[in-house]
Ligand binder design. Structure first.
Ligand code: SF4
Length: 123
């Protein structure tokens, strides 16, 4: 594969370094702009399979609000976000729900659980 140039924003820490990378598809040839070596693992993972924490909401009944915020408890492949969102749209929880309760375990076989990030009491 011929060399390509690509721009990344490192999400490993809050600094968010902007990194210009020359790569051949899955191997870094050179990179500029990162402030530490952790970016190398991040960029390599981005080239192979971008991974992110998914945050969204799920419907809930019997609580003060109609939805409860949730997130995956670890990064999952970003390409699976639409399928995970479809699965979560089909779920309606019943209050009460506690923060960190598992809403979906091992979502789509990723090994990640979808967990509630807020406690919702029954109203
Ligand atoms: S390159 Fe290092 S300092 Fe920059 S955002 Fe990534 S982890 Fe943080």
């Amino acid at each position: 594969m011929t060399a390509q140039q690509q721009h990344f924003v490192c999400v490993v820490c809050p600094i968010g370094c902007e990194i210009d990378v020359v790569h051949d598809g899955n191997r870094i040839i050179s990179m500029e702009g990162s402030k530490c070596e952790r970016s190398e693992e991040f960029v390599t993972q981005e080239l192979v399979e971008p991974m992110r924490i998914l945050t969204t909401t799920v419907r809930i009944e019997g609580a003060r609000w109609a939805v409860v915020p949730v997130r995956t408890d670890k990064s999952v492949p970003r390409r699976l976000f639409p399928r995970i969102m479809r699965q979560l749209r089909g779920i309606t929880l019943q209050a009460p729900i506690n923060m960190l309760d598992v809403v979906v375990s091992d979502v789509l076989g990723t090994g990640a659980d979808v967990i509630a990030t807020r406690t919702m009491t029954r109203e």
